[in-house]
Ligand binder design. Structure first.
Ligand SMILES: Nc1ncnc2c1ncn2[C@@H]1O[C@H](COP(=O)(O)OP(=O)(O)OP(=O)(O)O)[C@@H](O)[C@H]1O
Length: 281
C-alpha cells in the first residue's frame, strides 16, 4: 500500500475498494467572499458552508457569479490578471489562501472538472488518469499505478467500458466517456473536494445520468460542489443547494441556501421559488 505524507487517503490495496476506511471527509467553507474583475465587483460578501461528504449545488441565472465562486474555491480566480478577491476559504478550518500554504496544496486537495471534457487527447486512457501524479511530483510503483488506474476508472464509472483498451488515446472516447475520464483523472491525486462546473452540459441525457450516479457514489469519499443550470439535476443529485442572484448589474449574492428538498418544495424567498420553478433565468 502506498501512502502519501500530506493526505489522509492512500492508494487502495485492492483495486476498486474505497480509498481508506475512515478517511476524513472535508468541509469547505467560504467566508465573506467578495470578488472583482478589474473595477467590477461580481460577488459581494458571499458565505457558504459546503458540508463534508455531501453534494452542494450552486444554482442561479447566467452571470450571477457561480463559476467565479467555484473557481475561488480552488484558487483559480487568481489566474485572471485583473481578478481580485476578499474573504476566506477554509478547508477543514485551514485557509487555502494563507500565504504560508502552497498553491499546489490547494489544487491537489480541491480538484476541478470543467464544462467541456478536457482529456489530453493524444495520451492514452491510462496516462490520462495518471497525469496528475506527474504534475504533483507523486511517485508510485508500476503496480500501485495499475491499481490506481483501475480504482479511479471504477470510481469514475468508466472501468468496464475501457478496461480492454487502456492504451488507446483518451481523445477517442465519446464525450460522456471523456468527462468520466476527466473525473477519474481528478480522483487520482486524491482530492478531498471535487468542484464540477456544469459537468453535464455538453452531454446527452444517458451520459448525464451515468455521471450523476457516479457523483452520488463519489460523495461517500469526496465532498462535491457542482454548478448546474439544470434544476432537475440539482434536485436529483444535491443534498444542499445555494441560489445565487445578481440583480440589475449588482454583484452576485446568495439569496437562499439549505437542504435541497426544502429549497425546491418550500423556498423561503419568492425569487428562489420563481427561479426553481422556471419563471425566470
Ligand atoms: N475573466 C473574466 N473577466 C472579466 N469578467 C468576467 C470574467 N469571468 C467572468 N466575468 C464576469 O463576472 C460575472 C460572473 O460570471 P460567472 O461566469 O461567474 O457567472 P455564472 O453565474 O457562472 O454564469 P454562467 O451561468 O453563464 O456560467 C459576469 O458578469 C461575467 O461577465
Amino acid at each position: 500500500m502506498t501512502t502519501s505524507a500530506d493526505h489522509t487517503t492512500v492508494i487502495p490495496a485492492t483495486p476498486g475498494e474505497p480509498s481508506v476506511p475512515g478517511a476524513a471527509l472535508a468541509e469547505i467553507e467560504a467566508r465573506d467572499i467578495t470578488a472583482w474583475f478589474g473595477q467590477r465587483k461580481v460577488l459581494d460578501r458571499v458565505s457558504l458552508t459546503m458540508p463534508a461528504g455531501q453534494i452542494t449545488a450552486l444554482i442561479g441565472p447566467s452571470g450571477c457569479g457561480k463559476s467565479t465562486f467555484l473557481r475561488i474555491l480552488n484558487r483559480m480566480h487568481e489566474l485572471v490578471p485583473s481578478a481580485q478577491l476578499g474573504g476566506e476559504v477554509l478547508l477543514d478550518g485551514q485557509d487555502i489562501y494563507d500565504p504560508e500554504r502552497k498553491l499546489i496544496d490547494a489544487r491537489r486537495s480541491i480538484g476541478m472538472v470543467f464544462q467541456k471534457p478536457n482529456p489530453f487527447p493524444a495520451m492514452s486512457i491510462r496516462e490520462n488518469v495518471l497525469a496528475g501524479l506527474k504534475l504533483t511530483g507523486t511517485k508510485a510503483s508500476r503496480s500501485a499505478k495499475d491499481e490506481l488506474v483501475e480504482s479511479c476508472l471504477r470510481k469514475g464509472g468508466l472501468w468496464e467500458e475501457v478496461k480492454d483498451r487502456l492504451d488507446a488515446p483518451g481523445g477517442g472516447l465519446s464525450g460522456g466517456q471523456q468527462q468520466r475520464l476527466c473525473i477519474a483523472r481528478s480522483l487520482a491525486i486524491k482530492p478531498r473536494v471535487l468542484l464540477m462546473d456544469e459537468p453535464c452540459s455538453a452531454l446527452d441525457p444517458t451520459s448525464t445520468r451515468v455521471i450523476e450516479e457516479t457523483m452520488k457514489d463519489l460523495a461517500r469519499e469526496v465532498t462535491i460542489v457542482i454548478v448546474t443550470h439544470n434544476m432537475q439535476q440539482a434536485a436529483r443529485v444535491s443534498d444542499t443547494c445555494a441560489f445565487f442572484l445578481a440583480s440589475q448589474g449588482t454583484p452576485g449574492v446568495i439569496v437562499e441556501h439549505g437542504d435541497t428538498g426544502a429549497m425546491f418544495q418550500s423556498p423561503q424567498d419568492q425569487r428562489t421559488s420563481d427561479y426553481v420553478h422556471g419563471r425566470f433565468g
